[in-house]
Structures are given as structure tokens and as C-alpha cells.
Design a protein around this ligand. Sequence first.
Ligand code: S3P
Length: 177
Amino acid sequence: MATRADPHLILVGLPGAGKSTVGRAVAAKLGRPFADLDVEIERRAARSVAEIFADPGESHFRQLEAEVSAELAVLPSMVIAPGAGWIANEAAVAPLRQQARIIHLRVRPETALSRLTADMTIRPLLQGPNRLDALVRLSDTRRASYESADEEVDTDNVELQEVIRKVTWLAADWRAG
Ligand code: S3P
């Protein structure tokens, strides 16, 4: 059983890194709750992420991201998968940083693109003719933020089960320590 004293486990990385898939599986293995931050935001706003980005806009989305992060911070330890831009939103990271361990699921933009669904309407920052360029830009501008994670797990050319195994092992190790 996770206790309040155990740190939250937060998975960060580009769209397509596998944050939600890996997070849900790791949470099940650890017997901890799982939270998809974007789903929590959508529940709170009663609108989709794409709708929020369209109106009132990204800055409102980032504000909601910070508010929901602060709410999760005081709950017992869970596995959290935020959207790819969360790590660069200081107001969102601040309430969780002290009580969380962050793992960066590293993925090359080319691999990320191959994993993403054809329906890009759910990813407002990846709309437009060249999604690979958009992913490369996001990767470049957020590189330093992703590198601030406590650990990095490579997901390129690695079986999903192996990524889940590594992340579970790291989380269990932090808990023991
Ligand atoms: C975003 C990524 C999305 C979502 C929003 C903003 C980003 O989540 O939070 O569209 O800033 O890169 P995914 O990482 O699930 O695509």
C-alpha cells in the first residue's frame, strides 16, 4: 500500500512517449491510483483539452494544469501522467516537485510520431502540415526541462513491457529508500 510519505511518481516526455500507457500499467503493478492530468483537467473544465486551447486559450489550460497539480500534491502517493508541456510549466511543477520523483520517458520525435494516432485534433500543438517538425520543436524547446527529471528511461527500440518493468523497478526502489 502506498502511504502519504511515499513520493508521487510522475512520468514526463513528448507526446507519444507512452506516459499514460506506462503510467496506468505501473500504477496497477504498484497498487497505487493513476491520474492522467489532462483527463482531470477536462473533468474540471467540462471541456476537452482541444476546446480549452481553442477558447479561452493555452494560458488558461496552463493555469488549470497548475491548479490540478496543486490538488493532486496533497493526495496520497499516486502515479501521474501529465501532458507533455507540464514539465515546462513552472507553476504546475512547483506544488508537486518536493513530493514527487520524476521519470523522463525519452523518445525521439520520429518514434513519437509513429506512435501517435492519426487523429491530431486531440493534440492542438501538433496540428499543421508537418507534425515531425512540431515534435522536434517541442523536444528542442523543452530539452532542459525534461533533463531536470530524476531519471530517464529510454523508450526507443524498447518493448513496452520492458519500459514498464524499468519504471516499476525505479518506483519500488524509491519507496524502499
Ligand atoms: C501538450 C500535450 C498534450 C496536452 C496539451 C498540451 C503539450 O498532452 O497536454 O495538448 O504542451 O505538449 P500529450 O502529451 O498527452 O499529448
